[in-house]
Ligand binder design. Sequence first.
Ligand SMILES: *Cc1c(COP(=O)(O)O)cnc(C)c1O
Length: 351
Amino acid sequence: MSIEQLARDNVRKLTPYQSARRIGGNGDVWLNANEYPEATHYQLTQQNLNRYPECQPVQVVQRYATYAGVKPEQVIVSRGADEGIELLMRAFCEPGKDAVLYCPPTYGMYSVSAETLGVERRTVASKADWQLDLPAIAATLEGVKLVYVCSPNNPTGNLINPDDIRELLAMTAERALVVVDEAYIEFCPEASVVSWLRQYPNLVVLRTLSKAFALAGLRCGFTLASEEIINLLLKVIAPYPLSTPVADIAAQALSETGISTMRKRVAELNARRSQLALTLAKCACVTQVYPSETNYLLFNLTDSDKAFKALWDKGIILRDQNKQPGLKGCLRISIGTQRECDAVTDALKNF
Ligand SMILES: *Cc1c(COP(=O)(O)O)cnc(C)c1O
C-alpha cells in the first residue's frame, strides 16, 4: 500500500488553492494578490519569545473591537481571515452531512476549505450583474449551515446589495449563518454590515489586516459575530494561533496612528484606481473595465491570454480570471504604485 493511499479520499483528490504565490512568475511588478505595494516598517517591542503567546492577545482584540465598533467579546483573531473561514466550517459543519453555500465567481478559499474538511459545497452562480440570485439560494438551502457572501466581492470588485443581504439573513434565520467576507471593506467603509450584528444573531463578518492595512505577510485576520458564535469558534481554534511578533505588530497597526496611516493609504489607492480605470478603458485591447470598490480592478480584453502572457514576459504579473465562471476574457489587476500602474498601461497601450 502506498502512503498516498493512506491519505483521506478528499485530500487525495484535492487541488490546493492556486494562490498568487504558488502560481509564481518572474517579475518585479506584482499586481496579482491585492497586496499593498509598499512595506511599512515595524519594530518588535515584545522580546519574551521563551514564553507561549496569549491565545487571544488582549490588546489586539480590544483595539480591533474599538476600530470595528463591536465589543471585545464579539471578536476572535486568527491566522488571517482564511483561518476564520475554516474555523466556521470546523465549528458548524458535520462532514458528510452539512453543506456550505457560496456564489461564484468569488473568493477561492470557501471551496478549498470545505473540500479539505470533507464538507459538501453548494454553489449558486451570481446573476449577470454579480448580485445574489436569492430565489435560487432559497431553493438550495436544505442542509446548508454557512452561506459565504463576499462584499465587496473578489474578483469582481462590486458590493452586494445590502437589501439582498438582509433578505438572505431573514431567509436563513435559525437555520444557517451568513458570513459576510469584508476583506476589502476599508476601501468602502460605509458599506460595512458590522453594525447589523446587534440585529441579526446569524450574521458573521470576516476582516483582515492583509489588504488596506498592508500586512499580508503578517497573517492576521478577524471574525466578528455574537458572543455565542465567538465562544464556539474559541473551542476549535489552535491554542496559540498567533505568534508573539504577529500580535505585537498587529497591535501597532491598530493604534490610532496605524489606523490613520491606513486611511491615508486607502484614499491614495482609491484615487489611483479611478485614474487607472480611465486609462485602461482607453486602451484598444480593453473592452470593459468594471466598477470597483476595492484595491483592484477587473477588466475584459479582446485577447486576455495574449495580454496576460505579454505582461508576464515583461515581468508584470496580473491575475488571470479567465477560467472563473462568467469571467471569460477577464484579468484582475491590484492597484500598485503609480510607477507599476504606468508600466501596465504603457505595455497595454502598444498591445
Ligand atoms: C485576501 C482575502 C482573504 C484572506 O485574507 P487573509 O487574512 O490574508 O487570510 C479573505 N477573503 C477575501 C475575499 C480575500 O480577498
